[in-house]
Design a protein around this ligand. Structure first.
Ligand SMILES: NC(=O)c1ccc[n+]([C@@H]2O[C@H](COP(=O)([O-])OP(=O)(O)OC[C@H]3O[C@@H](n4cnc5c(N)ncnc54)[C@H](OP(=O)(O)O)[C@@H]3O)[C@@H](O)[C@H]2O)c1
Length: 138
């Protein structure tokens, strides 16, 4: 079965994508920082679709966690699709740029841009080894 990694796979769009891919037979590696919510999602997807779902709690801004994610995909046989979906807004609820705390912007850039590229770099050897490896950045 093909293997997809979805960051931010515990809720929202990531969780919906996890269900949609599992329904088509994909095995999954999911990540999010909040372990309990992530484990609940993984259990539900596994139960509904019978595919293999590995939950790896952690923060995508952490290089060691990104390496763990790629290793988890390896344990499922490789990586065919990376969906880089985890993101933060920098302020919740979102505010106009004139009121956005710079620390929030820094966190958003680190999560949404720097970590996303870091994960692509980490995953590239696995994606290149796949027949048709692909990356989607949301
Ligand atoms: N909702 C919208 O209106 C909208 C519009 C346009 C684009 N988008 C994009 O669509 C994507 C998903 O949005 P959404 O609304 O579904 O978001 P969401 O419901 O807030 O979910 C975000 C997911 O990312 C995880 N996450 C956040 N920071 C993380 C980190 N540092 N490391 C690992 N996981 C992290 C969250 O779990 P934890 O908090 O437990 O880590 C959660 O699983 C985002 O890229 C967003 O920019 C959304």
């Amino acid at each position: 079965m093909p293997v997809a990694m979805i960051t931010g796979g515990s809720k929202g769009l990531g969780r919906a994508l996890a269900g949609a891919l599992a329904a088509q037979g994909w095995d999954l590696v999911l990540d999010a920082r909040t372990a309990g919510v992530l484990e609940d999602t993984a259990r539900e997807v596994r139960g509904r679709f019978g595919t293999r779902v590995v939950a790896v709690p952690g923060d995508v801004t952490d290089a060691a966690h990104r390496a763990d994610l790629v290793a988890a995909a390896g344990s499922l046989g490789g990586l065919d699709l990376l969906v880089s979906n985890a993101s933060v807004l920098g302020a919740e609820p979102l505010v106009r740029l004139d009121a956005l705390p710079l620390e929030g912007l820094r966190r958003a850039l680190e999560t949404n841009v720097v970590a996303a590229l870091g994960l692509v770099q980490e995953a590239l050897p696995s994606l290149r080894a796949a027949e048709a490896g692909a990356v989607v950045v949301i």
